[in-house]
Design a protein around this ligand. Structure first.
Ligand SMILES: [Mg+2]
Length: 264
């Protein structure tokens, strides 16, 4: 048996379009007795809705199997006064955090989605407010620091650009709560009772996820779907253990590995 962290965006689906054979691959992994956890930096939809959407795409999973970034934020910031620049839809998942407009102990930056909400959430006024709070001593957190994500319309700018801008303007470094931070992976592995050496991460992101997971001691499989780019793989300083054309092909390669069929 192996423990497997499955990235959602770009591995299970792209912009709501399921990856062909992905749902069957998830079922196959479950039936083979592997422990699964679904990991995502999605910071725009509540956990219950994420699970529901994945079910509608044909994947079998419970909301509790999702490792989300708002959950990581609550673990870190519970009881604190927080200025949150996040999509309104995830506010219910931040229960336990006191959301404030000023005198914040921390600034929390979430990710963008494909709606018009980012226009308001990342307005000049809000970014400047965040800047002032950090200048007055608030610490800076982000759900993730992604530069961009792949949509059906092509790559779109993500909030990592705003996090980097606040870091640049304040000289304060942000604490990343989502993938590929060690605390996020540690929480995901805790939930499975897993050891890094016996755990796989399946992801479409060689630059951030593969690098972070390998530094954490996990094995990694890179899929050629979602945000996969051949040039990013070629220039990666920490390459993945294996590259598969899509999630559909991962279960058979995993069985080969567990049987000692291929040398890493
Ligand atoms: Mg991904």
């Amino acid at each position: 048996m192996a423990c497997i962290l499955l990235d959602i965006d770009g591995v299970l689906h792209v912009s709501g379009e399921p990856i062909p054979g992905g749902a069957d691959a998830v079922s196959e992994l479950r039936h083979a007795g592997h422990a699964l956890r679904f990991v995502t930096n999605n910071s725009t939809r509540p956990r219950a809705r994420l699970a529901e959407e994945l079910r509608e795409m044909g994947f079998t999973l419970e909301p509790e199997e999702l490792q989300t970034t708002p959950g990581a934020a609550v673990r870190e910031l519970e009881g604190k006064r927080v200025l949150a620049l996040v999509m309104p839809s995830i506010v219910p998942d931040l229960e336990g955090i006191e959301l404030v407009g000023d005198h914040a102990e921390a600034v929390l930056v979430g990710g963008c989605d494909e709606t018009i909400e980012p226009n308001q959430v990342f307005s000049y006024m809000n970014l400047s407010r965040a800047f002032s709070e950090i200048q007055m001593g608030a610490s800076l957190y982000c759900l993730h620091k992604n530069k961009w994500w792949q949509t059906s319309l092509g790559p779109m700018l993500d909030s990592g650009a705003f996090v980097a801008g606040l870091e640049y303007a304040t000289g304060v470094e942000a604490t990343v709560l989502g993938k590929p931070s060690p605390s996020y992976f540690a929480a995901a592995l805790d939930a499975l009772g897993a050891e890094p050496e016996l755990t796989w991460l399946v992801t479409d992101d060689v630059e951030a996820d593969v690098r972070g997971a390998r530094l954490f001691g996990m094995k990694t499989a890179l899929v050629r779907t979602g945000k996969f780019r051949p040039e990013a793989l070629e220039s990666a300083d920490t390459p993945p253990d294996i590259v598969v054309s899509s999630l559909a092909h991962f279960p058979s390669l995993l069985e080969e590995d567990l049987a000692g069929g291929w040398a890493p």
